[in-house]
Design a protein around this ligand. Structure first.
Ligand code: NAP
Ligand code: GCO
Length: 264
């Protein structure tokens, strides 16, 4: 049974893999035997990431690539195929958020979020699926969100993108499941990473951020989750253990979606 969760001989590509959730997932995939490739938008971030992986004993291949740029993506996939091999596991993790009340948000800002959080997973998946079909197997893991299911003030673009990403996940399952390609999503709850730093910072009077207190009251575990807690669920969805799981969004949220919230 244990071997079902092994990834030896597999090549994983994690977008936005230099830090945060992508880094936590890549570490776990490496621990299960996968060879790690990752990309980020800036050379500096990639170099930081390569050094971080090295410090963790992982020989990761880093690529500078803006995942919204289709030409840059196809060039990167060609480089990975030349230098490492064909991608067996794609983790569409790169993402941004802009927290702006919808009526104050410019159409350009809305489009930017959709571009990174929804168009890019389409571009990335389209770039790797042909080789997965040739190889007779493939795994795509899309990093969705609580906002694939719920809305909240100021995140209209992000929720629209992550809701769309949930449906893109299901559509890739529908269209390519016949080629033994499984496309699933991971829906993290609230994770302590750079993207949520502003929601957790201490107030000038030293008290906890109201949003920090709110999230802890909405999470049965009463805490923010750690990026590393997404690793094992990702290994499951990247391995043969999940070959019969397709089009599923696995919520790793500490139970938020099941909980009305602690009575004040
Ligand atoms: P993060 O550390 O900011 O990770 C996002 C990564 O994506 C960064 O390395 C960023 O690079 C990279 N990136 C952004 N735009 C890119 C582009 N156009 N091309 C290539 N790389 C790009 O934050 P995170 O929390 O780990 O987020 C990772 C994913 O998890 C995102 O999709 C996010 O929506 C999702 N998520 C996060 C949470 C949470 O609570 N943290 C919960 C649910 C889902 P730079 O830093 O150089 O911009
Ligand atoms: C926010 C947060 C969330 C998390 C995550 C929740 O502003 O509400 O950034 O969107 O990042 O997506 O699953």
């Amino acid at each position: 049974m244990k071997d079902l969760f092994r990834l030896d001989g597999k090549i994983a590509l994690v977008t936005g893999g230099s830090s945060g959730i992508g880094y936590g997932i890549a570490k776990a995939l490496a621990g299960a035997g996968a060879k790690i490739t990752f990309c980020d938008i800036s050379k500096e971030t990639v170099e930081k990431g390569v050094n971080a992986y090295k410090a963790d004993g992982i020989d990761a291949h880093g690529y500078t690539c803006d995942v919204t740029d289709e030409k840059a993506v196809t060039d990167m996939i060609a480089s990975i195929e030349r230098e490492v091999g064909t991608v067996d596991i794609l983790v569409n993790n790169a993402g941004i958020i802009k927290r702006i009340p919808m009526t104050d948000m410019s159409a350009e800002d809305f489009r930017k979020v959709i571009d990174v959080d929804l168009n890019a997973p389409f571009i990335m998946s389209k770039a790797v699926i042909p080789q997965m079909i040739k190889k007779g197997h493939g795994k795509i893991i899309n990093i969705c969100s609580m906002m694939s299911e719920l809305g909240r003030e100021t995140v209209s673009a992000y929720a629209s993108a992550k809701g769309g990403l949930k449906m893109l996940t299901r559509n890739i399952c529908a269209e390519y499941g016949q080629y033994n390609i499984q496309c699933n999503g991971i829906g993290p709850g609230y994770i302590a990473t750079p993207i949520t730093e502003s929601l957790r910072e201490r107030q000038p009077d030293g008290t906890r951020h109201p949003f920090d207190q709110f999230i802890c009251s909405r999470t049965p575990a009463g805490r923010w989750l750690d990026p590393d807690e997404l690793g094992a669920p990702a290994v499951f969805l990247a391995s043969d253990a999940s070959n019969a799981v397709n089009g599923h969004i696995l919520y790793v949220d500490g139970g938020i979606l099941a909980y009305i919230g602690k009575q004040p």
